[in-house]
Design a binder for this molecule. Structure first.
Ligand code: SAH
Ligand code: SF4
Ligand code: F3S
Length: 459
């Protein structure tokens, strides 16, 4: 579809409900809508098309879609009374899992696009305008990647840090999780396309690339006669001029291979901060979850990573109340948390997801027990986060500055550990990596002072 002349342009709003992949896809959908003549808006008010990019991971996330659609129904009716149209699309993982049901339950919806079909949004729009209500739900990730090559992502002006999709889908089938069903099998994007995207981002001023995928460290691509792993990608991307920092998320412990651990040691651009979900510290629960490793395997893996890069800080995901989880199992999780020590974490009550093996089990845990365990785990994780931040006070850390702060003269950047830091300075800080002495912790960010005025030379 060609760009429309300015006078005819409408407004498009994409709302993201999910993980980093979902956020990346939302930016992608926003860019495609722009090409189709809809400038990006920050809300539904002045949008002519609204796309909800949904998440199916937990029950609450999925429910949000229907409450949001209820509000859009009212807005669409108001618009119709004024003789103005509102087109409503549902994309993402709920779309994939429940597309037909959405169309049945919510007449306000004009089209449904699964996570592998965003590149077909022009077609979906055209069909919706013709009065159809199409549902695109096939798995065709390779086509999605090809489209990304032919019509590259648009970059937000002055963006310093960017996500780059390198891999999609999951073959792990953890017994609690919907992702293998909503996103399909693991597939990796061509290495030259990823390099080209990062080079383009870097030439537009991006200094940090976060490589994303449902199982990003399962990345494997052999389209050019050799096999590229995530470690190979890092070696190549660390050499892209302008790129100072590389990160990746989300990883599975089983795919943390020797070469990737060595990349943490050998490449200073790879940040010493790793999100490595463990879910539980109980071997019985890990087995029931089909995680295929024990809690000691995880401890040993962390030891190896810390041996390679001693300043590595960790973050993780936890689930409490998986079916059959006993009080002792939960104590084992607390013990693992104490043993490892996490700088930051995400923790959730187990949510029964239709179609997953965990949902079929008869030994579901009572809501009250889940609540209590979550509160106890979160208190421990929060104390570790606070202690980690407190231990940074007095240290000098490299900070990549991204944007102005809330107050005049303040600028915000991130440490290697993703903590946000507020510093007094000037706009010339943005996009540079500076040495900052951490002065004090705040509730959500740290406060620091510039150590010197020389820019750190990015390695
Ligand atoms: N691929 C990643 C993360 C996928 S989803 C991994 O392997 O860890 C992000 C997190 O949501 C998971 O790590 C898990 O902690 C949580 N999650 C997934 N399914 C869940 C469920 N049914 N109930 C509660 N939390 C869940
Ligand atoms: Fe879900 Fe497990 Fe795959 Fe992660 S590894 S996306 S938790 S099935
Ligand atoms: Fe949610 Fe789909 Fe991501 S279920 S967590 S948006 S992969």
């Amino acid at each position: 579809m060609r760009d429309k002349p300015t006078a005819e342009r409408g407004g498009g709003y994409v709302k993201s409900f999910g993980c980093q992949m979902n956020v990346y896809d939302s930016a992608r959908i926003g860019g495609l809508l722009e090409t189709a003549g809809f400038d990006q808006r920050d809300g539904v008010e002045d949008a002519d098309i609204v796309v909800l990019n949904t998440c199916h991971i937990r029950e609450k996330a999925a429910e949000k879609v229907y409450s949001e659609l209820g509000q859009l129904r009212v807005l669409k009716a108001e618009r119709a009374a004024q003789g103005r149209k509102l087109v409503v699309g549902v994309a993402g993982c709920v779309a994939q899992a429940e597309g037909d049901e959405i169309l049945k339950r919510a007449p306000v919806v004009d089209f449904v696009l699964g996570p592998q079909a965003y590149h077909r949004i022009d077609e979906a729009l055209a069909r919706a305008r013709a009065g159809e209500r199409p549902f695109y739900g096939e798995f065709e990730t390779s086509e999605k990647f090809r489209d990304l090559r032919e019509r590259p992502m648009r970059i937000a002006p002055r963006q310093i840090s960017a996500f780059v999709t390198v891999q999609e889908g999951c073959d792990k089938f953890c017994s609690f999780c919907v992702v293998p069903y909503t996103r399909g099998a693991e597939i990796s994007r061509a290495a030259p396309d990823i390099v080209a995207e990062v080079e383009r981002l870097a030439s537009d001023g991006v200094r940090e690339a976060t490589l994303i995928g449902q199982n990003v460290n399962a990345y494997r691509w052999s389209g050019d006669g050799r096999t590229w792993t995530l470690a190979d990608l890092f070696s190549r991307l660390a050499a892209v001029p302008g790129i100072a920092r590389l990160r990746y998320t989300t990883s599975h412990p089983l795919d943390m291979d020797e070469a990737l651990i060595a990349a943490h040691r050998d490449l200073s651009a790879v940040m010493p901060y790793l999100h490595l979900p463990v879910q539980s510290g109980s071997d019985a629960v890990l087995r029931a979850m089909n995680r295929r490793h024990t809690s000691d395997d995880y401890r040993r893996l962390i030891d190896r990573i810390r041996a390679a890069r001693p300043d590595t800080a960790l973050s993780s995901d936890f689930i409490v109340g998986f079916p059959g989880e006993t009080g002792q199992d939960f104590q084992d999780t607390l013990r693992l948390v104490r043993d490892v020590g996490f700088a930051s974490s995400f923790s959730f009550k187990y949510s029964r997801r239709p179609g997953t093996p965990g949902a079929e089990r008869a030994d579901q845990i009572e809501e009250q027990a889940k609540k209590e365990r979550l509160a106890e785990l979160q208190a421990l994780l929060e104390s570790q986060r606070v202690a980690f931040n407190a231990a940074c006070v007095g240290r000098t850390l490299d900070v990549l500055f991204e944007k102005p702060g809330r107050h005049a003269g303040q600028f915000v950047g991130r440490t290697p550990y993703l903590q946000s830091v507020q510093v007094d300075g000037s706009a010339s800080l943005i996009g540079t990596v500076r040495r900052v002495r951490i002065a004090r912790p705040g509730s959500n960010s740290l406060f620091g002072e510039l150590v010197d005025m020389d820019e750190r030379v990015a390695s």
